[in-house]
Ligand binder design. Sequence first.
Ligand SMILES: [Cu+2]
Length: 447
Amino acid sequence: MSDQGRLLLSRRDLLKYGGLTAATAAAVGFGPRLVGTILQPGRALAADRAPDLKLVGTDGWITLPSNPQISSSAYGVVHPDSYAPAPYTDYIFGFANATGLRDDEQFNLKNQAQHSAPMFWAKENQEFRVQLTNVGLAQRPDLFDAHTVHWHGFKNVIPFFDGEPTGSVSVPQGQTFTYVYVSKDPGTYMFHCHVEDVEHVHMGMTGLVFVRPAQDGTSQTYQGSTFTRFAYNDGDGSTGFHREFAMFLSEVWAEAHWADAHIQLPEWSDYHADFALLNGRVYPDTLAPSGGSIDPFNVQRDANYELIAPAGRPDLKNQPISSLVTCMEGESVLLRFANLGFKEAGMTLTGIKLRVVGRDATRLRGRDNTDSTYATNTISLGAGESFDAIFKAPAYQGPGPYDTYALYNRTYTRVDNLGGGGGQRTEVRVYPTSAALPAQQIPNQTV
Ligand SMILES: [Cu+2]
């Protein structure tokens, strides 16, 4: 067995985790007789080390442009949803970040899912633990759907932690399960719940995750710039960057969201995207600042355990991740794209060349070390694909405090959102060096 395997799970650990889940699943299925059995393994787990990240699976509400109103032939007006509490418009299933909360506090996050899901990252070779608690759906007390975390495309997951519910375990309502990963293969990924996955993914149980390379923290000079952070273990600084921004693509078909809120069954073969989202928002909301905390390991919440809304935008409380890109001239900027909508997207940056350095968490470098990176203005990415691209910010031209470059999905219907404005569109703002922007502390942090 490799070191990695030993680190992950001894045979005894496997029985411990497996026994707990099997017992809880059995208890839900066959009645209270096994309840005493369930409680015993909890003491064994209490001695285990704390998880790096705590997620809950639940439901919630988000805000999308109310104009135009959207109707369906089956249900009439489905957007804005008449059940949506002000100031929200649409119902979601999703994850909320419970990191820093005690296990008993997590149930306060019921009906407080965010979209997209909390973005997080691990460092290469780190043993990384994600604890998932299923706190139930406030709007749908009739449902008892299980949830999972499926780290899409991650090659080093043993089947037990895969999250695909017919091949591994899922987390019933009221229960907790801890996923254990050893983070290999730096790059950009996505994760999602894999239970009833057409529905749970589309409803919002999906987000972006990435692995930082072991090379981080070393110093490499490439084309005159010195870097300490990198997309990959390049050995020469060619994937170094000063700032990084994740761009997670997803979609909302309003009728399906309405149907789930109103105890109706969506007919998924009728699918069409009404809204195309970047980090859970549509333009121009993509430019609004991030919420009070997008640091997944240091979440800020108010006294009611709710997220701190972006400044001036209480309606975006549950959509905390800004897509605005800010940088200074001459800086190298990493864009991490991942698409878990159902449609192909063509993300275009006007006026600045992107250099694609990675695809599906694989560095673009041949086995004989041939450089297979390429320059482009447009990245086409289908469902389940990810790309890492770096651009070097051009010289500031002015006038004004910054130069603006558009970053958008060139597929017209997905930029435009039915003629009502919005879509997968944001801006890159290039400031002069004299602006002396502070260094970025976490991804997607803007000035
Ligand atoms: Cu789920």
